[in-house]
Design a protein around this ligand. Structure first.
Ligand SMILES: NC(=O)c1ccc[n+]([C@@H]2O[C@H](COP(=O)([O-])OP(=O)(O)OC[C@H]3O[C@@H](n4cnc5c(N)ncnc54)[C@H](O)[C@@H]3O)[C@@H](O)[C@H]2O)c1
Length: 370
């Protein structure tokens, strides 16, 4: 346990020294408009321009945020020597082609999640960046969501003791009209939503040995994918994790909560974004630690939101990695472990059994497609 006051830990992202490294954005869709660009603007990052296969969208978003350049295509963006970092926010199946061309132009890369639609393609994406000697980070920004970052500081600081149980439980009503292409996908809830919880729980607690996932639909849902999942993670230490998500909660008793119990403390709270997507509200957090005030409960004040504030985290981490010659926190290599859990979940659903992470390997075609 460290000497800090657990009521006032610094959960804000660490910024790079050079905020002026040029950013070029590929894809002018919803998430860029309501999350990437507001976060970068608030932090004073330098976005030079944007491109989209739908030129009108790129023009409209550039005007809304005062971006100097709208590039007619990817080649034009990559030819701009002012751009050091390419921020990709296209569909997962289209990401590798952009990565290949941007890496060949020696640009560093921030990729959207999921990194790819199959595990072998994700491995290939990481290898392309490594071969070109450019940094690749994945936009798993929930790690910088205030509640999760604060939990990490509590766990790492020893305030909760040895973790024994953790859960994320989200029962919400999701408006899939924001993402018709996701609703049409065979792999839905884990691939596009719980992937955030998976990455955050790995960040907090490390990798499980094996997982069991059960997926289903709410009555009346027509997607070929799954919109409700229950996952259990097993660790050799005895730690157990539960992820419980339902996107079809028709009644008004909706909730989005997290909880970590340890040998010396408990922390619990709410995920503000899931109460009113995409605006949301700040997370809440309540903590009791035997190492502080005899276990009296306290509530750190969390003032930032997942959208847009947490979106600064992956970009700041990538820029610091470039500056310092290090790997970003959510490097491609790290993200392969998150994706092993994602694809283990799909194998578990298909085969009705617990699946070890080491079963998901790049030379297994079924790892990426069911
Ligand atoms: N919290 C999060 O991290 C979060 C939330 C939502 C979406 N996303 C991810 O962001 C990505 C985009 O999602 P969205 O909701 O913005 O989708 P969207 O449909 O609103 O936008 C995608 C945009 O990409 C453009 N595009 C597609 N292929 C392109 C290409 N090859 N080159 C240039 N432009 C291209 C499309 O024209 C469209 O404007 C997806 O990978 C999604 O999984 C992440």
């Amino acid at each position: 346990m460290d000497n800090a006051d657990p009521r006032t830990l610094d959960y804000q992202p660490t910024l790079p020294e050079n905020l002026g490294r040029g950013i070029g954005i590929v894809g002018a869709g919803g998430i860029v408009e309501y999350a990437h660009l507001p976060a970068y603007r608030n932090a004073g990052l330098r976005v030079i321009g944007i491109t989209d296969v739908d030129a009108a969208k790129a023009t409209r978003v550039a005007a809304a945020f005062g971006l100097p350049q709208v590039y007619p295509d990817l080649d034009a963006l990559l030819a701009d020597p002012e751009i050091a970092v390419v921020d990709i926010a296209v569909y997962p199946h289209a990401q590798l082609a952009v990565v290949e061309r941007a890496a060949a132009a020696s640009k560093h890369l921030l990729c959207q999640k999921p990194l790819a639609d199959t595990y072998p393609r994700a491995v290939q994406t990481v290898e392309v960046a490594a071969a070109a000697d450019v940094r690749l980070a994945v936009n798993q920004q929930m790690r910088w969501d205030a509640g999760i970052r604060y939990l990490k500081l509590l766990v790492a600081g020893g305030w909760l003791g040895e973790p024994t149980y953790a859960s994320i439980q989200v029962h919400t009503l999701t408006d899939w009209s924001l993402w018709p292409w996701i609703y049409a996908n065979n792999q839905l809830e884990v691939m596009f939503h719980s992937i955030h919880y998976i990455d955050s729980l790995r960040f907090l607690l490390g990798d499980p040995a094996r997982i069991f996932t059960s997926g289903s639909l709410s009555p009346g849902e027509t997607t070929p994918g799954e919109t409700r999942t229950l996952s259990i993670w097993e660790y050799a230490s005895g730690l157990r994790v539960l992820i419980d998500v339902c996107h079809g909660t028709w009644h008004d008793d909706r909730y989005a909560t997290f909880r970590v119990e340890g040998s010396a403390g408990v922390a619990k709270g709410t995920i503000g974004l899931m109460y009113d997507y995409p605006r949301g509200r700040p997370d809440t957090l309540e903590v009791s630690s035997q190492s502080f005030a005899n276990g009296a409960w306290f509530s750190p004040l969390l003032e930032t939101r997942w959208i847009p504030d947490a979106f600064l985290g992956p970009m700041a981490s990538l820029m610091r990695a470039i500056e310092r010659g290090e790997e970003p926190e959510t490097s491609g290599q790290d993200n392969l472990r998150t994706l092993q859990i994602v694809f283990a979940a799909y194998r578990s659903m298909a085969e009705g059994r617990a699946v070890g992470l080491d079963e998901i390997v790049a030379d297994s075609v079924s790892a990426g497609r069911r």
